[in-house]
Design a protein around this ligand. Structure first.
Ligand code: GLN
Length: 309
């Protein structure tokens, strides 16, 4: 793999960086407050195996909600779409990612989609395995295969910080357990979920993982089909309709690519049949999307014209 610094991207980073001062770090997970709000990094991984990067590209960050696309791909591949979509829907909500509101008003109370917390918790509850250890290790192996880095791991401090403060996510789980949408022990689901959210990587690894989706599930370097074509398609579709929380419509309008963001400030972008993009900048807008990261993608779209629409 050849990765190179790009002057052109560096210029765009320079243009977007000032926006980071308008955003705020997520603080509801205490350990996320330790991030440096002025960080901004980007990498593009092309399907010919080359990649370019700019900004603070070495900086590692946790996936948070970006992991929701990956757990979905994994569970769909392992247990099949019928079982998954019996328990989680396919529609955007227009609500914040951690909202409980629609669970009460939708009958049966299955979450509207797998990109919101309620839906992602259902997906995590479906990760197969004899016990928590096996569930976690097999899932982590999948992430390592996707990034091509066998050292990918989760940040324990961050995981413990979220696990010990996740009252709202526990509430979502208990609500859904009451309604028969999830089975199993809530504490175990929470452990697995907070571990998947705390998986760390840099923008290069995130871009490489995005390139697998861009390449219809096939690793562009090894040629290995890691995710079945149909599942890669389902994931990209959810990224367009629900990937940027309740700002997905505006993002589709302004940038126009499948994308998924996380409250750590990471954004995974996928340009079908072209490249994967990894962006990171931890200061967020009021809906929880990386402010400078979003701006950078807008500038990139103006320059490279990558909207799929
Ligand atoms: N771990 C976070 C949570 O469940 C992920 C949310 C996010 O990135 N939007 O609250």
């Amino acid at each position: 793999m050849t990765c190179q610094a790009s002057n052109e991207l560096e210029q765009l980073v320079l243009q977007a960086r000032p926006y980071s001062s308008q955003g705020k770090l997520a603080t509801y997970i205490p350990a996320l407050e330790k991030a440096n709000p002025s960080h901004l990094s980007v990498a593009i991984f092309h399907l010919d195996g080359t990649c370019t990067y700019a900004g603070d590209y070495k900086q590692r960050f946790s996936l948070q909600s970006i992991s929701k696309v990956l757990s979905l791909a994994y569970v769909l591949a392992r247990i099949g779409d019928e079982e998954v979509f019996q328990r989680v829907g396919m529609e955007p909500t227009g609500d914040p990612f951690n909202s409980i509101a629609k669970l009460e008003t939708t009958k049966p109370s299955k979450p509207l989609n797998p990109m919101i917390n309620a839906g992602a918790l259902v997906v995590t509850s479906l990760i197969p395995g004899a016990d928590l250890k096996e569930q976690w290790e097999d899932f982590l192996d999948f992430i390592r295969t996707l990034t091509g880095n066998p050292e990918i791991a989760y940040n324990k401090e961050l995981q413990e910080s979220e696990f010990s403060t996740s009252y709202l996510n526990r509430a979502l789980c208990f609500f859904m357990k009451q309604h028969g949408i999830i089975n199993g022990e809530v504490e175990k689901i929470m452990e697995l979920y907070t571990k998947q959210c705390s998986i760390e990587m840099n923008c290069l690894e995130l871009a490489q993982l995005g390139a697998v989706f861009a390449n219809n599930g096939r690793n562009p370097v090894s040629g290995e089909q890691i995710i079945p074509v149909q599942i890669a398609r389902i994931c990209k579709t959810f990224m367009v309709t629900c990937g940027m929380y309740n700002a997905s419509g505006e993002f589709a309008m302004k940038v126009g690519i499948p994308a998924k963001s996380g409250v750590s400030g990471g954004i995974l972008g996928v340009i079908p049949n072209r490249c994967g993009i990894g962006v990171f900048s931890p200061a967020l807008d009021e809906k929880g999307n990386s402010l400078a990261g979003w701006k950078l993608l807008e500038f990139m779209n103006e320059k490279y014209n990558f909207s799929i629409f």
